[in-house]
Design a protein around this ligand. Structure first.
Ligand code: PLP
Length: 381
């Protein structure tokens, strides 16, 4: 103890003369400066430092990205280029418009509500007329990635089921215990399908994009609660654009990882290298939309476990195929809750679940994650 005191005293004895020296020098330099100037310089310099810091360390977009954007914004304002761009946009817009018009042919657009209400027959005739505009026969099942079924018998069942519940409102589960029970059952069936345990849970949503938005929102909110100011998601470059949309909506940073040029699966080494203190989620698709390959979910989940980061499997497209592949005699890698580290899965009932458009599920391995997706406003009048 005495040793420590002596050492500290020694240090103080050595440092004090230097400090004294510095004090005299600084005061000397300020000899010609008035007090108000010292205050003004200090204030101004601090402001510049803060702006510089904010400019370099932006929360969402990297410096490189922003410089690139600024540069193109500037170039696009140059008169010659501006005219050229305007011409090209005009040409393309016309092309798109003509394309749409071709699809509609000579059929007129209605601009106003009809003066007199239509009869049921008139409504149905009109609908048939609209229907006749569709030239592609998608019922043969060849419009992959857009239409997932066209079976007449199934259509009859869907329509009959819809008839029974057309006026229900899921916002009022007290009024409609029937559909609340249905939602709970759809979620539980999907949890079981993806091998979730008792803690797994989820929500029915209006589509794959909403399922993905909710998962991103949940992980962003969770990260913020854990003190991460600017949460960042790391995704394969092939991931669905809904993740970019989420990043834009929820002010998250998004980092795209390249895929292997042959297998089109995410490069796991590059994903690992991208992980940092702000990473709030990792994503893999099963499968991804552009090429149909399944990302190495087990390896992504291992990274998630190692660094305590939630992992989302986007099974929107494969949600009602992949879980049955093994039974059907195909070998597929594990992508669901059997893989430790997978914390959420999106699966589209409105794709190979054969439900009509406007339906999907988001599942979580634990309520601990789902709780962050909910929005609460307790002070509404
Ligand atoms: C379809 C799809 C989605 C979600 O798209 P929605 O049109 O909003 O249902 C997300 N990821 C993948 C891989 C998809 O195929």
């Amino acid at each position: 103890m005495e040793d420590v005191t002596r050492v500290v005293k020694d240090i103080v004895r050595t440092v004090v003369p230097y400090l004294e020296d510095a004090r005299v020098k600084v005061n000397g330099a300020c000899d010609q400066v008035e007090g108000w100037q010292v205050i003004a310089y200090t204030f101004g310099f601090t402001l510049i430092l803060i702006s510089l810091y904010n400019f370099i360390f932006d929360e969402e977009k990297s410096l490189k990205e922003r410089i690139k954007k600024r540069f193109f914004k500037f170039v696009k304002k140059l008169p010659i280029i501006k005219d050229q761009i305007a011409k090209e946009i005009d040409k393309n817009a016309k092309g798109v418009e003509e394309g749409f018009q071709k699809g509609v042919g000579k059929m007129k657009y209605m601009h106003k509500l009809p003066d007199k209400g239509w009869t049921e027959k008139k409504i149905m005739d009109e609908l048939d007329r609209y229907h006749s505009l569709v030239k592609v026969d998608w019922t043969k099942g060849t419009v992959s990635g857009a239409v997932y079924s066209g079976d007449d018998k199934l259509t009859d069942i869907l329509v009959e089921a819809y008839r029974k519940f057309a006026w229900t409102n899921p916002l009022h589960p007290d009024l409609f215990p029937d559909i609340r029970k249905m939602e709970a059952e759809v979620v539980r069936m999907c949890c079981n399908m993806f091998n979730g345990d008792d803690k797994s849970c989820g929500s029915v949503t209006s589509g794959g994009t909403e399922s993905i938005l909710l998962a991103c929102l949940a992980y962003r909110n969770r990260a913020r609660e854990n003190g991460i100011k600017f949460p960042e998601m790391i995704v394969p470059v092939t991931v669905h654009a809904a993740f970019d949309k989420a990043a834009e909506f929820f002010h998250m940073k998004i980092t795209h990882i390249p895929v292997d040029p042959v297998t089109c699966k995410v490069d796991i080494r590059k994903m690992k290298r991208a992980i940092n203190g702000s990473t709030c989620m990792l994503v893999g698709s099963a499968p991804q939309f552009p090429h149909g390959s399944i990302d190495p979910i087990e390896e992504i989940a291992a990274l998630g476990r190692k660094y305590s980061i939630p992992v989302h499997t986007d099974c929107c497209l494969g949600g009602f195929l992949v879980p049955f592949m093994e039974k059907a005699g195909f070998s597929v890698p594990k992508v669901d809750f059997r893989v430790p580290g997978v914390t959420s899965i999106s699966a589209d009932t409105h794709k190979y679940g054969f439900a009509p458009k406007g339906s999907s599920v988001i599942l979580y391995s634990d309520k601990e994650y789902r709780k962050y997706q909910f929005f609460v406003q307790p002070d509404w009048p």
